[in-house]
Design a binder for this molecule. Structure first.
Ligand SMILES: Cc1cc2nc3c(=O)[nH]c(=O)nc-3n(C[C@H](O)[C@H](O)[C@H](O)COP(=O)(O)O)c2cc1C
Length: 176
């Protein structure tokens, strides 16, 4: 039986929530990125990594990018959570293109989440407030700018367990 490890990095709780749902479905081990024991990784055949989008970069993706050699005989899967609606397929494709190492064939899954100002780091809150001011001041906003403004204005949670199904199906296919 193949062993699955789920590693995640979550600043405001959304990726952690998705990680917990995935863990429940797959009955796998999960660990926060900061607690990963590199000596233990050899025990696992499948490693799933998840992080939140942070200015178009997947939080913690360095864990995958820096360890491609170590992971070469394993199945690696990456997921990201973000405020962008999953229906914005071009934006989500750019997340994949700019974060998943070229030629690695690592499957990428994207789950819409939300914004959590309560648990946000001070620097991130400042960054979002600047972006809000810039967008608010802009006249004749295009649909992307208006959509971004709507997506970052307040705290909200659009996470849904149903979004993880394609990832779960993919992993179950590897386990079969
Ligand atoms: C500073 C900052 C930058 C963000 N950048 C993006 C982004 O580029 N694209 C996106 O879709 N969501 C973006 N978001 C929303 C987060 O990706 C979303 O809340 C994510 O689920 C956070 O995951 P976490 O709570 O596990 O850290 C950003 C949020 C913050 C605070």
């Amino acid at each position: 039986m193949k062993k699955v490890l789920l590693v995640y990095k979550s600043n405001t709780g959304f990726t952690k929530k998705y990680a917990n749902w995935i863990k429940e479905e797959l009955s796998c081990t999960s660990v926060e990125l900061k607690d990963v024991q590199f000596d233990d990784l050899s025990k696992y055949d499948i490693i799933i990594f998840g992080g939140g989008m942070h200015a178009n970069k997947i939080n913690g993706i360095k864990f995958i990018k820096s360890n491609l050699e170590l992971f070469k005989n394993k199945h690696i899967i990456v997921f990201a959570t973000g405020a962008t609606p999953a229906s914005a397929v071009e934006v989500v494709r750019k997340f994949e293109d700019s974060n998943i190492p070229e030629g690695s064939n690592i499957p990428f899954f994207y789950f819409q989440s939300g914004m959590n100002y309560k648990d946000m780091r001070v620097n991130d809150k400042m960054m979002m407030n600047c972006l809000k001011l810039v967008l608010k001041a802009k006249k004749d906003k295009d649909s992307v700018e208006q959509g971004t403004m709507d997506a970052i204005s307040n705290s909200y949670d659009n996470s849904d367990r149903i979004f993880i199904k394609p990832l779960i199906d993919h992993v179950r296919g590897l386990l079969a």
